[in-house]
Design a protein around this ligand. Structure first.
Ligand SMILES: C[S@@+](CC[C@H](N)C(=O)[O-])C[C@H]1O[C@@H](n2cnc3c(N)ncnc32)[C@H](O)[C@@H]1O
Length: 378
């Protein structure tokens, strides 16, 4: 993922997902156990400033500059590079060092740390722009939306995000008009998450009988093809076609990739590729309420042959003990799209309504509950 020179990469503590996240939560709980009420208020106060200040740092290329430098830089050097007022820049650097996004290495001297490296990564930077430009205004509109709806889930796609941008349009058609903002979203989608979905699908065996002209893998709502490209890179000799389907504004800007076809397709219309071995949907259905999800699923089900399987790559949440990030993403989906992250029970109910059935749930990230839900026709 990193776009940084190898020599500059610092060592991250490498532990498995479960230990890493458990330890992080324990340390955060321990820090919070020591908070006074004022400390709690200050933590929230600062939380409101962090994203805007990091956005400002990205805007002047601060994190990339620090990471590119072989040695710590003085405030004057950074000011010279960024053309910022040195006195104001000193205050910003002091803040970012105090909040550990950069490191203060001496008086008026700063260097990169692991967080700086992350923020210099184009995919993380793009995600940050998404949070700042698109999510935060929608979060600010959320309490009023909840008040107006009396804390209900209205049917359809009406949501707080629409109120934040003053539109009746749905999210994806709206951002079609704003390619730069759509690109932030695509960067967010490119950030690798915990676990590796390839690990729970034995492609080499399951694709063995697929003829070269048959569709092996149809990546529905596949954006600019991140996962299909990774699939081809991992298994360059797999027979069959790999097809990425998405709206024209996404597939038309997808960089070409060997062995990957791009197809403009609206998943509310009949699926044109019939009898593929695998249809794949990664974080697509969490964008939609039940009614719309059933429409998408029925269009897929109608194209599935006897040995076709639909692989849904999403969180399948337990009924209790959900990790904070999954709960955050769930409410993010509510805010942005009036959608949700689903529990295992909700997945069973939804798929049954589209005449499909779950044959297996293969979890590949045990804390985040990222899973491949293997689905067949009833
Ligand atoms: C949350 S993104 C997931 C992208 C990709 N599967 C991934 O995980 O990186 C949802 C995708 O659905 C696409 N999408 C939205 N409405 C669509 C429609 N009506 N037909 C096809 N794709 C659509 C969006 O353009 C977007 O790329």
């Amino acid at each position: 993922m990193s776009a940084l020179p190898e020599s500059k990469n610092m060592d991250r503590v490498r532990v498995d997902e479960a230990s890493r996240l458990k330890l992080q939560d324990s340390l955060r709980s321990a820090a919070e156990a020591m908070e006074t009420p004022n400390d709690t208020m200050l933590r929230l106060f600062n939380g409101a400033l962090e994203v805007p200040m990091i956005k400002a740092g990205c805007d002047i290329g601060l994190f990339k500059t620090l990471v590119a430098s072989q040695t710590p830089m003085t405030t004057a050097e950074i000011a010279n590079n960024t053309k910022a007022d040195p006195a104001l820049l000193a205050r910003i650097l002091r803040y970012l060092a105090a909040t550990r996004f950069i490191t203060e290495t001496g008086k008026d001297q700063f260097g990169a740390n692991l967080s700086t490296q992350s923020l210099a990564d184009p995919a993380i930077e793009g995600s940050l722009y998404y949070i700042f430009t698109i999510s935060i205004p929608a979060y600010l509109a959320l309490p009023e939306f909840l008040r107006q709806t009396s804390f209900q889930t209205p049917p359809g796609t009406k949501c707080a995000w629409q109120q934040s941008v003053k539109t009746d349009m749905d999210f994806f058609p709206y951002y079609k008009q704003y390619p730069e903002q759509l690109s932030y979203f695509q960067k967010l989608m490119s950030v690798p998450r915990d676990g590796e979905w390839f690990d729970v699908v034995s492609f080499a065996e399951e694709a063995a009988n697929v003829s070269s002209d048959r569709a092996l893998f149809v990546d529905i709502g596949g954006s600019i093809g991140h996962q299909s490209k990774r699939l081809r890179l991992k298994y360059p000799t797999l027979p069959g076609r790999v097809i990425v389907q998405d709206l024209p504004e996404s597939v038309n800007v997808a960089p070409p990739a060997p062995g990957v076809e791009f197809m403009a397709y609206d998943f509310f219309t009949p699926q044109p590729v019939h009898g593929a071995r695998f249809y794949y949907m990664r974080t697509v259905l969490h964008d939609w309420d039940e009614e719309n999800s059933i429409k998408i699923l029925k269009n897929t089900a109608a194209a599935m042959g006897a040995d076709s399987q639909l692989l849904i790559d999403e969180m399948a949440l337990p009924n209790k003990g959900v990790h904070w990030w999954s709960t955050c993403l769930d409410l993010h989906m509510y805010t942005m799209l009036n959608a949700l992250e689903r529990t295992v029970d909700q997945w069973h109910e939804l798929l049954a309504k589209a005449d499909l059935k779950i044959v297996e749930i293969r979890t590949y990230a045990s804390v985040m509950n990222n899973a491949i839900i293997v689905v067949e026709r009833k």
